[in-house]
Design a binder for this molecule. Structure first.
Ligand SMILES: [Zn+2]
Length: 176
């Protein structure tokens, strides 16, 4: 509660410091970014982005879940985005849990096993590749030619790209 009250005070100063302005709902860079909720990754600062330029979808791990596909479908089909940038990062909290262990913890605490997948991972680059492929293979998305994946180093602040081999399932043409 204390933090939220402090942020509300910050917002009052922020709103008073800026002139009112209306930006188009369509992101100017026609770009959607999917990334982790990690508090050390300031997406706008790290990429030199400004408001109105890109959609930013975040969850634990930057995992491409059904709900991320839902958002990307709206982003591409209604709001004009054409590129997808996936950003995972070093020292992710999702590398510190296991699917089975966290599922058991939730079940032990509540008596109910969650219906959702936990989606923890060990190898961040493998997880980026998995995420890129999930986007590229989603038939709900009309624009899948410009989907690239990266790892952000939370200490050096630098991005590095992860090469993604389409694999035998899709080589030679899209299967979906
Ligand atoms: Zn993370």
């Amino acid at each position: 509660m204390k933090s939220i009250d402090e942020l509300l005070a910050s917002n009052r100063e922020f709103a008073e410091s800026l002139p009112a302005a209306h930006l188009d709902v369509h992101p100017a860079r026609r770009l959607a970014i999917v990334t982790c909720m990690d508090s050390r990754l300031d997406v706008f600062a790290a990429l030199g982005l400004s408001g109105g330029e890109a959609h930013v979808l975040r969850n634990a791990g930057g995992v491409v879940t059904d709900d991320v596909i839902r958002s990307l479908a709206v982003s591409q089909r209604r709001l004009g985005t054409r590129e997808v940038m996936l950003i995972h990062h070093t020292d992710c909290g999702m590398q510190k849990i296991s699917d089975d262990g966290f599922r058991a913890e939730l079940q032990a605490a509540t008596g109910t096993a969650p219906s959702f997948a936990i989606e923890s991972f060990d190898d961040v680059e493998a997880n980026v590749r998995q995420s890129v492929l999930r986007v590229r293979r989603s038939a709900f998305l009309p624009h899948r030619d410009n989907v690239r994946g990266f790892v952000y180093d939370v200490d050096s602040h630098a991005l590095r790209e992860v090469a993604v081999d389409e694999g035998p399932a899709t080589r030679g043409g899209r299967s979906c």
